[in-house]
Design a protein around this ligand. Structure first.
Ligand code: 2P0
Length: 362
């Protein structure tokens, strides 16, 4: 990209999150990323899996630019990221234009002027993109955080950065906080109150760890948005899940997390992953996100727990075959060894996740 003479700049990073009560299904009548069920996730350590974003605004930029993992993306086109970026930026710019003053360091004379400048967005992930490791969650959370800095736009009672991140990617709204985060489906008619809130911060359960098994770093065959649409249209099980399973499970999980009850937390997490993948199979035509390595990881975790006579490890899988296995610190080495022995063939067993959910020393 060509150098710019007059510009404002901001940078931000955001970690990825792993859902323990899964979001699956958009409310077709309300549009956007309005979920049919509330969900919850754990935000990973930002030192591990994260998105890093730099934004430059300048009057010399005639149009917006996006560079994703080193590649230029056509932001005017019909591509998924182009549309999502435009949506998030439009919301942040509208908000910026209304402010009385531009951010102190800005070279623009007014917020309204700053909101009209073109932006160059440069973003990269420190892990495989679109492989079911919530890359879009980290990406859009970092984008919104970055735009918030650039435009001086903050959370207020009538404006939410989390709801803006949701416009980019549903799960992104959960990546702006650490710890256990719930995304409420909202109860207002327009669902403007559908946003995330932190239930427990990252210090609540410092012993919690996760191991990530990269069963495949390839891009998934069925993108989440498409998969959700097909499930909403064809799966009777999904309606049951959204109405009768997800909401009470979220309450149970919150309680288990409050008590740091790993056995309960682990069982709820595994059951919810299985329920989500059962929904995928109930979709017509069905969606397969798990592969043979994933299935071996599931069998391995159940065998490990049976041998230990209690739940010391718990798996979950998002829209991809990669396993995330939670455990407490004292079980991490044993769980890792068991998984390494079982899943080694065909999997890139990543130790990165082992550092877990906080910056607490090992
Ligand atoms: C989740 N997933 O709760 C669930 C579990 C995948 C399985 O949120 O269309 O990229 O951008 O709102 O957030 C992945 O879907 O979908 C996802 P969009 P997103 O984490």
């Amino acid at each position: 990209p060509k150098p710019l003479e007059v510009f404002d700049m901001a940078s931000a990073l955001a970690p990825t999150n792993i859902a323990v009560v899964k979001y699956w299904g958009k409310d077709a009548a309300r549009g956007g990323n309005t979920p049919i069920n509330s969900s919850a996730s754990l935000t990973l350590d930002p030192n591990d899996l994260r998105a890093e974003t730099v934004m430059v605004a300048s009057p010399e930029l005639r149009s917006d630019e996006l560079y994703l993992n080193g590649r230029k993306v056509d932001v005017k086109g019909d591509g998924t990221h182009a549309k999502r970026l435009r949506r998030c930026l439009a919301t942040m710019r509208r908000r910026c234009a209304k402010a009385k003053h531009p951010p102190r360091s800005s070279r623009a004379t007014s917020s309204e002027e700053l909101s009209r400048w073109g932006v160059r967005v440069v973003s990269r992930n420190t892990f495989p993109t679109a492989a079911g490791l919530a890359s879009s969650a980290a990406g859009y959370a970092a984008l919104v955080r970055c735009a918030s800095e650039l435009y001086g736009v903050r959370d207020t009672p009538s404006f939410s950065l989390s709801a803006t991140a949701r416009e980019g990617s549903g799960s992104a709204c959960r990546s702006l906080d650490g710890g256990l985060v719930a995304w409420r489906k909202g109860c207002r008619a327009d669902r403007a109150d559908s946003k995330a809130e932190q239930l427990f911060d990252e210090r609540h359960w410092p012993d919690l760890r996760c191991v990530i098994i990269v069963a495949s770093a390839a891009e998934k065959e069925t993108p989440s948005t498409e998969g959700m649409q097909r499930s909403v249209a064809t799966s009777p099980f999904l309606t049951h899940r959204a109405e009768a399973v997800a909401e009470p499970r979220l309450l149970d999980l919150q309680k288990a997390f409050r008590q740091r009850n790993f056995e309960r937390f682990g069982e709820l997490t595994m059951r919810d992953s299985n329920s989500f993948h059962a929904t995928c199979l109930d979709t017509f035509p069905p969606i397969f996100y798990l592969n043979e390595v994933s299935k071996r990881a599931i069998t391995c975790v159940h065998a490990f727990n049976a041998a230990q006579k209690r739940t010391r490890a718990a798996y979950t899988f998002d829209a991809g075959p990669n396993a995330v296995v939670f455990c407490e610190n004292e079980a991490a080495a044993d769980a890792f060894a068991a998984l390494a022995a079982t899943c080694f063939l065909g999997a890139d067993l990543s130790r990165r996740g082992l550092r877990g959910l906080t910056n607490a020393p090992e």
